[in-house]
Design a protein. Structure first.
Length: 467
């Protein structure tokens, strides 16, 4: 099936016409691309504790084995985001899925050889880290491309909900991936079954992307400078076109003229130290560390608290239950609380971190399955509010031409959370339960302090957009 042209050519829209929303089918495909990619990044969290035990290596080395991939993610996500502005978002999504599929398949093969005793444990981990790096190197191209695609094709008053949906796919993947992984432990493949299963899922997603998503050519000028009212916490944002802003109309006409001449003005360079986005990115980094540490500890904590270290295969069921409960809590936050209560970026971030503190306390002190699942669910609810909150806040802080750059920085922040935080959490947890969870709570409290003192309110974001 050949790619069809984009049915909504933005350059043909008059300045005062409403910008078309992304069709539901296409939005579902974009959701799936990020979901599959994120699930692969964390699916191993359910089986890697058992694999490490079977290989006879320390817990912290298992966490460090995939830290290199996260470091590559941090470095390459902004690069691929910039490429998506020039080469098109569909191409970068496809590249990301190629990296995901190749990484999962090769990692599964290497671990299968290691568990079968065909290669020694140390060499298994080294080759695993090398194969895993394909995900950080190429897989990092997909999430920022999806975020930029959505942000550049939705009016600002709808962007928080749209980005919340995409962020929910990332957040859902980080929780539901490990939840599904134990169910994919199959005969012959054993603990490596989830790797091969997710590789096949990635191939299906690649085919769907190729057949169902039209090619796109980014056009900053056609993204409605006149329609930049953000989605406020009250949901009362007013369409910028209602103000008959002559300056905005003139800017749109000038940019459309650039498009007709084939010369698009480059987007201004967005620095990491930009005062508009700096507090949001810092909050995302700290809160992301708390979430990554919680996920890193989860599998090992279940094995320890339920006395399953001597039989790691038996831990797959309880781990699956705990993480599936967390997945439902994440869905409640991002598909229920945010859109129904019209939560804005700041309130989502602050309330999410408060719930993260409560959940970490319960999770860290529980000694039986019910308490462990309850604590993890409350924490997941909090992180489910936090992630789209900081993502939307960063997006609404900048102009539409800068969306590709800010989405790349958001993706880097998400990746940075997995460079060393899971290994740090496991290392601290191995020394003392209390120290590990005190660090998680400390990160959450730090975000709350930044939120109260430095994050812009929804009203400020709206006023900035209307200037």
């Amino acid at each position: 099936m050949a790619d069809s042209p984009d049915p909504h050519p933005l350059t043909e829209l008059p300045a005062d016409a409403p910008q078309p929303s992304i069709p539901r089918g296409r939005m579902a495909l974009l959701f799936t691309v990020v979901l599959v990619s994120a699930a692969g990044n964390t699916a191993m969290q359910s089986v890697m504790p058992s694999i490490g035990t079977a290989l006879g290596v320390a817990d912290v080395w298992i966490s460090l084995a995939y830290s290199w991939s996260a470091l590559l993610w941090v470095g390459f996500a902004p690069y691929w985001a910039g490429r998506s502005d020039r080469r098109g978002r569909k191409a970068m999504m496809a590249l990301g899925l190629v990296g995901f599929v190749s990484s999962m398949g090769l990692c599964g093969l290497v671990l299968w050889f290691g568990l079968a005793g065909l290669i020694p444990p140390l060499l298994t981990l080294l080759v695993f880290a090398l194969c895993r790096s394909l995900y950080g190197l190429l897989g990092s191209a997909a999430p920022p491309a999806v975020q930029a695609y959505v942000a550049s094709r939705t009016p600002r008053e709808e962007r928080t909900q749209a980005l919340s949906l995409i962020s929910s796919s990332f957040g859902l993947g980080t929780v539901i991936g490990p939840a599904l992984a134990p169910l994919m432990i199959l005969p012959f493949l054993g603990l490596t079954g989830p790797f091969f299963a997710f590789a096949l899922i990635g191939i299906v997603a690649m085919i769907a992307l190729r057949l169902r998503l039209p090619n796109d050519e980014p056009r900053y000028a056609a993204r409605g400078i006149a329609y930049d009212a953000p989605y406020g916490g009250s949901g009362a944002g007013r369409h910028a076109a209602d103000r008959e802003d002559e300056h905005a109309h003139d800017a749109t006409k000038q940019l459309n003229a650039h498009e007709r001449s084939g010369e698009l003005p480059p987007a201004p360079r967005l620095a990491w130290t930009d005062p508009r986005t700096r507090p949001w990115l810092l909050s995302g980094l700290l809160g992301g560390h708390a979430q990554a540490m919680m996920l890193g500890i989860a599998g090992f904590l279940v094995l320890d608290r339920l006395g399953l270290r001597d039989d790691p295969m038996a831990g797959a069921g309880p781990v699956s239950i705990v993480l599936m409960v967390g997945a439902f809590a994440t869905l409640l936050a991002q598909w229920g609380l945010i859109p129904v209560m019209h939560l804005g970026p700041r309130i989502s971030t602050l309330s999410g971190m408060l719930l993260g503190v409560i959940g970490a306390i319960l999770f860290g002190t529980a000694t039986e399955l019910h308490g462990i699942a309850l604590g993890f669910a409350i924490a997941a609810l909090g992180f489910g509010l936090f992630r789209p909150g900081f993502t939307a806040g960063a997006s609404l802080s900048v102009s539409r031409p800068e969306q590709g750059q800010v989405s790349g920085k958001v993706a880097s922040i998400n990746g940075a959370s997995y460079v060393y935080a899971p290994a740090l959490g496991v290392w601290l947890y191995g020394h003392s339960d209390w120290i590990g969870f005190a660090a998680i709570i400390g990160f959450c409290v730090a975000v709350m302090v930044i939120g109260w003192t430095r994050l812009d309110s929804d009203a400020v974001l709206m006023a900035r957009a209307e200037d």
